[in-house]
Structure formats: C-alpha cells, structure tokens
Design a protein. Structure first.
Length: 281
C-alpha cells in the first residue's frame, strides 16, 4: 500500500518530465531521421560542412572555459563564505544574489551588457572619454564568440556558488583538528585531505556549468546577430534559413549532435556526483 502511495505521489512529476523533457527530445530525434514523410540519414550530412564543425568546437571551448573560470571563482567565494557567520547579513546577501543572478540570462542579460559595455555603452564611453582608449578599436569583440565569455560568467559564478557551497560547508571540521593534532599545517590539511574530498564535488559543479553554457541560446542570439558561431545558433539558422539550405530535419540532426554531447556530460556528471556523495556521506 505504501509503495502504491509513493508511486501516486511521483505521478505528477513523472508526467511533467515526460511532457517537458522526454517528449520534446523524442520529437527532435525523430525529426533528425525524417525528410518529409520518408526516413533518411541524409540530414546528418550537415556535419560534413566545415562551418558546422567550427561552431560545435566554439561551443565546446567556450563552455569549457567559462565553466572552469566560473567553477574556480565560485569555489573561492564559497571558501570565503566559511568565515562569515551562519545566517549573517553577508551570507544572506550572497545567497540571495547568487539565486537571482544565476537565473539572470537571455535577452535581459544581453541588453545589460550592451548598455554597459557595448560599442556605445556607459563604461565604453567613460573609458573612451577619460582614458582616450577605444576598447572596440580592433574588433567588435562583444558581438562575437569571445564576447560571450563575460555574459556567461555573469550567471556561471553564482550557479557554482549555489552548487558547491553545501559541499564545502559539510566538510567535517574534526578532520582539520585531526591533522593539526598530528602536527600538520592548514595547507597540509587542504592539500592532502580537504581538496581530495572536495574534488569530486568541484568536478560535478564544473560539468554542470559546462552543460549550462553549452545549451545557452538566448543571450548568444541577442548578442550575435550576424553568423552562427556556436551550435545553438546553427540550429536556429537551420530553422529560419532564407537560402533554402536549412530544414526541420537538418535542425533536428544538429540538435541530436548537441544532445549526444550533453548526454556524455550528464553521464560523467552523474558518476562524479555519486563519488562526491560517497565522500561526503
């Protein structure tokens, strides 16, 4: 009876997952193998185009870079928060800001960066008028793949703080006391005990940030109006192509390529997360 009750409690969540995740993914995968009413593999020939390979490579290195930098900065902030009083003003402020900023993305984030650091942005004009330095002299970097680094970090660092803080806060304090009792320094504790224990949690946070950046679309679409320099924008180009080169099937094939990469990341993430839970249990 209890088992049936628990199953019924999970039913709404199961329906939600099926409708919002499983069904769309199934439709995308199905469209990749269709051309009109017939089944085909021809849609996957899109990956033979050099521009497609470059866009997927751009997505990979961009996601890895912002995930690594965001994970490192987020971990440093989490470490600093250990010195703050539990429930204090600073802790509440950081928690609130992290929860808000980790969800601040899309067109709003792109507009904020354009208004502040765009070609005619407030900071850009201030630097140009006071220091006589034009940060856009050589290139319009904000509107390129490299320009996505700063906007992505804006929500990656807060996400890492939310993800990693509980792991570092749950690190047993008696371990440091044991190391100190054996004559070890604080650096020895972190090098030989603390970091090895926290490394799986750090890696799981890094993989989560990678997946988050790899699948981001709206911010890039708002900033990069010309060209399709990353994988999500290639999917958009295939759907709205005015040259007749794109189609629903091609877009589905590109989406399947993204799904494969995301699936690999999620499998590794699940394995690392299990190891992290084992260390901290």
């Amino acid at each position: 009876m209890a088992k049936v009750t628990n199953t019924l409690r999970l039913l709404p969540f199961t329906v939600y997952v099926l409708l919002m995740f499983v069904l769309p993914a199934a439709l995308v995968v199905t469209s990749a193998f269709q051309n009109g009413e017939s089944w085909t593999l021809a849609n996957f020939s899109i990956f033979s185009r050099p521009g497609i390979v470059v866009s997927f490579w751009n997505s990979c290195w961009l996601s890895a870079l912002v995930a690594f930098v965001g994970a490192v900065f987020g971990a440093v902030v989490c470490f600093a928060l250990l010195a703050c009083k539990e429930g204090g003003v600073m802790r509440r402020l950081v928690d609130s800001a992290s929860s808000t900023l980790s969800q601040f993305g899309g067109v709003m984030l792109a507009f904020a960066f354009i208004a502040v650091m765009g070609n005619q942005g407030m900071v850009t004009l201030l630097i140009r008028n006071l220091l006589h330095v034009n940060i856009y002299k050589n290139s319009m970097w904000l509107y390129s793949t490299q320009g996505l680094i700063l906007p992505y970090l804006f929500f990656q660092v807060p996400l890492m703080i939310i993800t990693f803080y509980q792991s570092i806060a749950r690190l047993p304090e008696n371990l440091a006391e044991v190391v100190a009792g054996l004559g070890g320094s604080k650096w020895m504790f972190w090098k030989n005990v603390g970091m090895p224990i926290l490394f799986p949690s750090f890696m799981s946070g890094f993989l989560l940030l990678f997946a988050n950046a790899f699948s981001a679309y709206a911010t890039a679409a708002a900033l990069i109006s010309q060209g399709s320099q990353i994988a999500p924008l290639q999917v958009r180009a295939a759907l709205i192509s005015e040259t007749g080169l794109g189609s629903e099937g091609v877009a589905g094939a590109l989406a399947v390529g993204m799904l494969v990469i995301m699936l690999v990341v999620m499998v590794v993430y699940a394995a690392v997360e299990r190891k992290a839970a084992k260390w901290l249990s």
